[in-house]
Design a protein around this ligand. Structure first.
Ligand SMILES: Cc1cc2nc3c(=O)[nH]c(=O)nc-3n(C[C@H](O)[C@H](O)[C@H](O)COP(=O)(O)OP(=O)(O)OC[C@H]3O[C@@H](n4cnc5c(N)ncnc54)[C@H](O)[C@@H]3O)c2cc1C
Length: 351
């Protein structure tokens, strides 16, 4: 049973009933995150549903001097949900209720286990969204994990990171005390910014059990383009120039040639299992085994797309990776043939 006493497990079961596990499969699942750091098994995993559950677990851990590690989806790249001292993993993924969407306040109240992409799907009906995207983990990352990591992504150039959007939080301290930090008003008063300290503290200062998030209006439309730059400095200058001269730049993603080649290859390999073809980057199409295969099966479509694409756009990833926009589709074919942007071009219909 790992390194925690039977008495502690019994006490946990008394508080959380069947939401306590010492099964090897559950311990293994809680031993890793998405980083390549070595894993460490906890002695038990618990799944709280409420602030009271969290208080009960934290108090038990404090009383018996058992280490406690909070966990969302385990998608962190930092190793911070790995229970390196064993003890108990407090898995918040079942605290997944959207408590209240308040469009009139441009805010939402959530439990920490709500998944980022699922929240935005729900907010869409209100023409709102929660902008600080955690990149490739958007479909799994929980709001609690994002808050603990102060996650930020391509939209941060306009909207900021997670910390900029957390208005208030209910948290449980290591002694089991419940604190309400911040408030719903944007207008602030002087005093220690405890909420700002907890955001980004990687689960070391307190467990978040409820969060009030500020939302933004969904843009009516967006346009996107891919550009090549000789170096990173030129790309950064172009971005600031765009902003200085009044472009509403919402997202920026910079990729190096080596990164693009690597990413294309690993995406093509990983997504092939789901029949998603990673086909194309600007200014040409990525020539992978997959795309070659697809080309054989759908020659007419590919000829059609190729005729709309500027000449000499085929090549190996190494030749073409100067600029990066990926196209992918669920079907085993290339992009639909709608306007393919080239360097400096924008398309509003790409994704
Ligand atoms: C492919 C990929 C791409 C990514 N891209 C980006 C990116 O562009 N930008 C970016 O910022 N991040 C990125 N990330 C990492 C991202 O920050 C994490 O995915 C996310 O923040 C963690 O969410 P999680 O629910 O998985 O939390 P976990 O990984 O489970 O935990 C992360 C931290 O949060 C703590 N924690 C979890 N829940 C709570 C809680 N309720 N209270 C207190 N502490 C808690 C844990 O103890 C841990 O310290 C990426 C990850 C992947 C796998």
């Amino acid at each position: 049973m790992g390194d925690i006493a039977t008495a502690v497990v019994s006490a946990l079961e008394g508080a959380l009933r069947d939401r306590v596990s010492t099964r090897p499969a559950d311990l293994d699942a809680a031993a890793h995150d998405a980083s390549s750091l070595p894993g460490a098994r906890p002695g038990a995993v618990v799944w709280p549903l409420s602030t009271d559950d969290v208080v009960a677990v934290v108090k038990l851990c404090a009383e018996h001097a058992v280490p406690l590690t909070a966990r969302g989806a385990g998608s962190s790249l930092e190793g911070n949900p790995i229970p390196i001292h064993g003890g108990i993993v407090l898995d918040c993924s079942r605290m997944a209720e959207v408590i209240a969407v308040r469009p009139e306040d441009l805010q939402v109240d959530v439990q920490p286990g709500v998944v980022y992409a699922a929240l935005n799907r729900q907010l869409r009906a209100h023409a709102l969204f929660f902008p600080p995207s955690p990149g490739g983990s958007a479909d799994v990352a929980t709001i609690g994990g994002m808050v603990a990591n102060n996650a930020s992504g391509i939209f941060s150039v306009k909207y900021g990171g997670t910390r900029d959007h957390v208005r208030a939080a209910t948290v449980v301290t290591g002694a089991g005390e419940v604190l309400r930090l911040g408030n719903r008003a944007r207008k602030s008063a002087s005093g220690y910014h405890l909420l700002g300290l907890v955001v980004g503290s990687e689960g070391t200062l307190a467990i978040a059990t409820e969060l009030t998030l500020a939302l933004s209006g969904l843009p009516q439309a967006r346009r996107q383009g891919g550009f090549r730059f000789p170096d990173a400095g030129a790309a950064a200058r172009a971005t600031t120039d765009l902003i200085r001269f009044g472009f509403d730049v919402a997202a920026v993603y910079a990729a190096t040639k080596g990164g693009v080649v690597q990413l294309t290859r690993s995406l093509a390999a990983a997504w092939a299992k789901d029949n998603i073809q990673v086909n194309c980057i600007l200014p040409g199409w990525i020539n992978t085994e997959l795309t070659q295969g697809a080309r054989r099966f759908r020659p007419q479509l590919h000829t059609d797309v190729e005729t709309r694409t500027p000449a000499n756009r085929w090549g190996n990833p190494e030749d073409l990776a100067g600029a990066a926009v990926f196209f992918c589709s669920k079907a085993s074919d290339f992009v639909t043939g709608t306007a393919l942007p080239v360097d400096g071009g924008f398309s509003s219909s790409m994704f």
